[in-house]
Design a protein around this ligand. Sequence first.
Ligand code: ATP
Length: 461
Amino acid sequence: MQDDKLKKVVALCKRRGFVYPGSDLYGGFANTYSYGPMGVELKRNIKNLFWSLFVDQRDDMVGLDGPILLHPKTWEASGHVAGFNDALIDCKSCKARLRVDHLLEACLHMETEGLSLEELGSLAERKEVVCPKCGKHDWTQPRHFNLMFSTHISKTSQGQDDAVYLRPETAQAIFLDFKNVIDTMRVQVPFGIAQIGKAFRNEITPGNFLFRQIEFEQMEIEYFIHPSTWETNFESWMNEMKRFCHLIGLSEAGLSFFEHPQEKLSHYSKRTVDVMYQFPFGRSELFGLAYRTDFDLKQHEKHSGQKLSYLDPKTNERFVPHVLEPTFGVDRALLAMLCEAYDEETLENGEIRTVLRFNPLMAPIKVAVFPLMKKEQLTDIAQHLYKNLRRRFKTDYDESGAIGKRYRRHDEIGTPLCITVDYQTLEDQTVTVRHRDSMQQSRVHLDELSRYIDQHLHSEL
Ligand code: ATP
């Protein structure tokens, strides 16, 4: 049933212009996707909400847009060259390549984090560990595989190595510009830097639609603090992340929080909590919050030879700030929103209505304007109304087909309000406003419409 839901969401995404398979024209290019006209709007709404909440509405945050290609030393300092690996294993029979941890979790129902390659290899020898593709038990030894994509730039006269990596996370660009920000902006610890951008990972087993891609988008924050305050700051960022989940329309029932056990934390982290979401394919990581201590800044000090300390103007204490890292995946947020919003409702006449019940503020289109019929006296008013409304709200105009069909089309993309200009409009300047969720209709005067829409969009927060 739940798998079925994912299939339905995928089909709707293609049918209604949310998401297309990448390079569709050439038969697709595995695990890449294009966001279509509706998907782009939804994505922009997610990113705009993030920026508004965490940058615009706070005094202690600034933004950054760093490059995708960073100096190769960055990834040595961060530990990605040596340690950003997945252990993979090949099925000798059908040549399927799989992540060993996922395979063992599925077959042996056990956690494998922190185990060595040898330990993973001997677990894979158990007879119950069979290939999910062909059902055979015939494995190679597990090997490590680095997840960073590398590319080349033409050699420079400075004799730099020409191999560079596409960033596997946006966070490191923030550490590289930490000094520039404190030298040029009037920021004082505690403060944070936010960034939104693409990241690339050569994932071994991508899949589950948008959940695990090789190219995706992150919204990350590095929040610089004095180490003595990490616990309270951790709590307050956790609350901010919950608020964000609520505002994008995720219900509490679908969310849970996974506290990484102390003994399994990355060497630089003192506490990590994953925000988990109940996707149709199972409970999986949506976002994460990590206390990364001063690991990154200290590593970049060491590898660059530059001081990255901060002098507190109030206490005169000089220290390397510690960081909290709230990280959000745009694509996973979008997928969770689609899964949460998708609904099928059987109407009185037996017809099934498919509707995306987005939080109105996140919906790709906020209002649709229809003339009841394609008659000039109605289309003139509807066009005029449409041009007025679209200055304030993302608005669509639709005059083709029966009204019922137009409603269904907008239900499927989650438009909260549909407005119809009809013959009564000619008499009393009122229009019909139809609500997506209740399907109820009310008449509103043209002069009142903007305020009415505004109230509705904000009422369900
Ligand atoms: P996972 O354990 O699922 O591989 P991760 O712990 O490696 O994820 P992070 O490194 O914490 O992920 O990345 C931060 C966020 O970026 C994740 O919470 C997720 O929302 C998003 N993300 C990570 N990898 C992918 C991917 N391959 N495709 C889409 N989004 C991703």
